[in-house]
Design a protein around this ligand. Structure first.
Ligand code: TXA
Ligand code: MG
Length: 322
C-alpha cells in the first residue's frame, strides 16, 4: 500500500527526503497527478518505467521550480523565454536542446539531444520543487496506456498495489484535468507535439504561426510519445461523435442534451453548460467511471474542435482507437 499524506509542509519535507533517497513520489500538478523521481538519479528514473509498465523508454518531462532552474538544463532562446514569461508556471512543456553539462539522466530523455521541461502551476508541486531544489521527472501517475489520474484515488487504484510509490501527496482533484501542451522549440519552426490547456492560439499570440505535428504519427522522431493508443479505458470501446446513446451503451454528453442519453445504461455529462474547461477537468474521471464491462460502449457527444476542445478531442481519439 502507498502512504498517503496531506499536502502540508511536513509532508513536503518527507516527500523531499524520499526523492533524495531515490524513491518515487506521486504529487499533484494543475494538469494531472505525476509520478516523480529525482531526474539526476538514473536508477530512480528507471524505477518510474518499471512502476508504470512502460513498454519503451519514452522520454519524460523534467519539472522545475522556475525559469532559472530550467535554464540550467536546456538552451533557451528568445521564443522560449517569451513563452515562459506568458505561461509559466502553467500547463505548457517546452522541448529544447539539452545543455552539454545537463546532469539529468540520459534514460529520462531516452538518449535524445533534447529535453522536455515545465514549471507546474500547482502550489504543492511548486513547493515540492522549491524544497527539493532540483529537477523532478514525472509522467502521469498511472500504469502505461491507462487514463491519467486526476484524483488521489485514481493514483491509488492504478499504482497503489505494488509498493512502487513511497508516498502520495494528496490534494484533491486537479484543476485542468488534461496533460500539458508539449511544444517543440528545438528547431527553427515551433512544432506542437501534444495539444493541451495552453492552446495553439495562445502560443501563436506570442510566437506567430507554428506547426502542428501530424496526429497519431507513431514514428515521427520529434514526437516519440505520441503513441496512438494511450489514454484508453481498459475494458470498454469508445464511440465518438455520437448524437445519442444506443441501448446497452453508456453516454458521455456535452452541453444541454436532455434526451441524447435516454437509452443509456449510465449517462454522464462533461459539461451541461457546454464549458470546455469544465469538460476537460471532468474527462478522465468520467471515462474511468464509465469504463465498465457492463457497457457495450461509451458513446461520446461531439465536442467543438476549437480552443481546449482540440486537446479534449485528441485524448478522445486516442481513447477510441483500438
Ligand atoms: O501535464 C503533464 O505534462 C503531466 C504532469 C505530471 O506534468 N506529465 C505528463 O508526462 O503527461 P508524460 O510522460 O505522460 O508525457 C510526456 C510527453 C510524452 O508524449 C513524451 O513523448 C513527450 O512528452 N516528450 C518528453 N520528452 C520529449 C522530447 N525530448 N522530445 C519530444 N517529446 C518529448
Ligand atoms: Mg501519460
Amino acid at each position: 500500500m502507498v502512504l498517503v499524506l496531506d499536502s502540508g509542509f511536513a509532508s513536503i519535507t518527507r516527500a523531499v527526503d524520499a526523492l533524495r533517497a531515490g524513491k518515487l513520489v506521486a504529487f499533484p500538478t494543475e494538469t494531472v497527478y505525476g509520478l516523480g523521481a529525482d531526474a539526476t538519479n538514473a536508477q530512480a528514473v528507471g524505477s518510474i518505467f518499471a512502476a508504470k509498465g512502460r513498454p519503451s523508454f519514452n522520454p519524460l518531462i523534467a519539472h522545475v521550480a522556475d525559469l532559472d532552474m530550467a535554464e540550467r538544463f536546456a538552451v533557451f532562446d528568445d521564443r522560449a523565454r517569451d513563452l515562459a514569461a506568458h505561461y509559466w508556471p502553467g500547463p505548457l512543456t517546452f522541448v529544447l536542446p539539452r545543455r552539454a553539462d545537463c546532469p539529468i539522466a540520459d534514460l529520462a530523455t531516452a538518449g535524445l539531444r533534447t529535453i522536455a521541461l515545465r514549471v507546474p502551476g500547482h502550489a504543492v508541486a511548486a513547493s515540492l520543487l522549491r524544497e527539493f531544489g532540483g529537477p523532478v521527472v514525472a509522467p502521469s501517475a498511472n500504469r502505461s496506456g491507462a487514463v491519467s489520474p486526476t484524483t488521489p484515488a485514481h493514483v491509488i487504484e492504478s499504482l497503489g498495489q505494488r509498493g512502487d510509490i513511497a508516498l502520495l501527496l494528496a490534494a484533491g482533484r486537479t484543476e485542468v484535468g488534461l496533460e500539458s501542451t508539449v511544444l517543440d522549440l528545438s528547431e527553427a519552426t515551433p512544432l506542437l507535439l501534444r495539444p493541451g490547456a495552453v492552446t495553439r492560439e495562445q502560443i501563436e499570440f506570442v510566437l506567430g504561426p507554428i506547426e502542428v505535428a501530424a496526429g497519431h504519427d507513431q514514428t515521427a522522431p520529434r514526437a516519440p510519445g505520441m503513441l496512438l493508443k494511450h489514454y484508453a479505458p481498459a475494458s470498454t470501446r469508445v464511440r465518438l461523435g455520437a448524437l445519442r446513446a444506443e441501448v446497452g451503451e453508456a453516454w458521455l454528453g456535452f452541453g444541454p442534451d436532455p434526451f441524447a442519453g435516454r437509452a443509456a445504461v449510465t449517462a454522464l455529462n462533461l459539461s451541461e453548460r457546454g464549458d470546455l474547461a469544465e469538460a476537460a477537468a471532468n474527462l478522465f474521471a468520467m471515462l474511468r467511471t464509465l469504463d465498465d464491462p457492463k457497457h457495450r460502449a461509451i458513446a461520446v457527444a461531439p465536442i467543438p474542435d476549437q480552443g481546449l476542445g482540440i486537446a479534449i478531442n485528441d485524448r478522445l481519439a486516442r481513447a477510441a482507437h483500438g
